[in-house]
Design a binder for this molecule. Structure first.
Ligand code: DX5
Ligand code: ZN
Length: 217
């Protein structure tokens, strides 16, 4: 069964607590927290204090997506704040292997994200060590963008690679996921689905989450 990870980037930050409780009641599995630094991506969002605030009010898995340069400087603060999964970008660090081991040594699950144009082969040697790979299906930096079509093929190739090297690998897809393309990405091999706008901006988020499950079960 897939995991659904609503991105709070699309939520109403003035009511963050209620927005998190709402998706928990609606049956979401993870809370996806998008951390942007204004350097790796053009936008700036939230830091460890917000992760801590969310940690205090939910038992859902906190899936922290770090779109920041020099992630090693901040990994510990996010884990101390309650991150369960820490995802760093392949493009944002020179020492990927070291950072993966660092995340794991601090007791969190290690994930690496790839921008749309980055080849999955860049992960070949570290794949056995990873808990999850996040395939960005938009260029990171903003919610509400359109799904980039070739990412479906990328997910399919990654699932094939994982079958051979790390069969338990979670494949997360992030960006532009809606009820219109969720079946396609799950059929290709994704099993963790990030959705910001399509959940938080829908009329009935709980119904949307339910539909996402029905369409992929
Ligand atoms: C984009 C973020 C995404 C984003 C997804 O840089 O990583 O998690 O919030 O938002 P939607 O689902 O609206 O594309
Ligand atoms: Zn994200």
């Amino acid at each position: 069964m897939i995991k659904i990870a609503p991105s709070i980037l699309a939520s109403d930050f003035s009511r963050l607590g209620e927005e998190v409780r709402m998706i928990e009641e609606a049956g979401a599995d993870y809370v996806h927290i998008d951390v942007m630094d204004g350097r790796f991506v053009p936008n700036i969002t939230v830091g460890p204090p917000v992760v801590l605030a969310v940690r205090k009010i939910t038992n859902m898995v906190l899936d922290v997506h770090l779109m920041i340069v020099e992630p090693d400087k901040h990994i510990k603060s996010f884990i101390d704040a309650g991150a369960d999964i820490v995802c760093i970008h392949q493009e944002a660090t020179v020492h990927l292997e070291r950072n993966i081991q660092y995340i794991k040594s601090l007791g969190a699950k290690a994930a690496v994200s790839l921008n749309p144009a980055t080849d999955i082969d860049t992960l070949k040697y570290v794949l056995p060590d990873l808990d999850m790979v996040l395939i960005m299906s938009v260029n990171p930096g903003f919610g509400g963008q359109k799904y980039i079509k070739f990412c479906t093929e990328k997910i399919r190739s990654l699932r094939k690679m994982a079958d051979a090297m790390n069969p338990g690998l979670d494949i997360e897809v992030d960006g532009g996921i809606t009820l219109d393309n969720i079946s396609e990405v799950v059929a290709a091999g994704a099993n963790v689905i990030v959705a910001g706008s399509s959940i938080y901006k829908s009329k009935n988020p709980a119904k949307t989450i339910k539909k996402m499950r029905e369409m992929t079960d």
